[in-house]
Design a protein around this ligand. Structure first.
Ligand code: CTP
Ligand code: MG
Length: 214
């Protein structure tokens, strides 16, 4: 089936404070270039949502559209911009994407219709009251959800359509599918797939880039 990687990269990077995050470099390459390069070998086309006024750096095997006001809106626009029957959605802000994760995801999409990579939560979890510990939360059965996430086209179209109509927002796409009662497979994620969100994450990414590129 025709496939596409859809990369939301239209965010402002407010928390990182270095301008649109997709254009920030680690180890001499932008987060966007790293994400595109990791996905391009696995799909028929790559489409990127960029902030208005920005264009795709030369040489990337992708085309671009202008993103929306929220990540969810950017993904909805990306979906409208491709006719692919299988779509992988991946944050530009997660530049270290192992090929193994992409392959596992594509297999799960074929079987289940929707899938995401995720990691079992390893830390102790606690519910707070102000700055005080109120009660521990059992972490059994809890996962931290990453991207990429993969979908049969009609599944993601339906999920975004319903969310749009009902005014529901979510921080990821698999969540929009799951709320319709449709199955979403959890596939093994990777610690290196962390999202570059804060200056501390960027420092971690700089260190990892040296190892990743070696
Ligand atoms: N994104 C997008 N369109 C938006 C907002 C976010 O395509 N309107 C993308 C970002 O570019 C990023 C991914 O969604 O690749 C995850 O979002 P996040 O980490 O929150 O990035 P930013 O929104 O850029 O950062 P911040 O929230 O700190 O401003
Ligand atoms: Mg954001």
């Amino acid at each position: 089936l025709p496939s596409a990687a859809l990369i939301p990269a239209a965010g402002a990077g407010t928390r990182l404070r270095l301008g649109p995050k997709a254009f920030v470099e680690v180890g001499g390459r932008t987060l966007l270039a790293r994400s595109v390069a990791a996905l391009a070998p696995h799909v028929d086309e790559v489409v990127v949502a960029l902030p208005a006024g920005w264009s795709l750096p030369a040489g990337l095997p992708a085309r671009s559209i202008v993103g929306g006001a929220t990540r969810q809106e950017s993904v909805r626009l990306l979906l409208e911009a491709t006719a692919a029957e299988v779509v992988l959605v991946h944050d530009a802000a997660r530049p270290f994407l192992p090929a193994r994760a992409v392959r596992a995801l594509l297999e799960a999409v074929e079987e289940v219709g929707a899938a995401t990579v995720a990691l079992p939560v390893a830390d102790t979890l606690v519910r707070s009251e102000g700055r005080n510990w109120r009660e521990g939360v059992p972490r059994e059965g809890l996962w931290a959800v990453q991207t990429p996430q993969g979908f049969r086209r009609e599944v993601l179209t339906r999920a975004h359509g319903a969310a749009h109509e009902e005014g529901v927002t979510a921080t990821d796409d698999a969540g929009l599918v799951a709320r319709l009662g449709l199955p979403v497979a959890l596939m093994p994620g990777d610690a290196r797939l962390f999202k570059v969100t804060t200056p501390g994450d960027l420092a971690l990414a700089q260190a990892l880039a040296a190892v990743w590129d070696a």
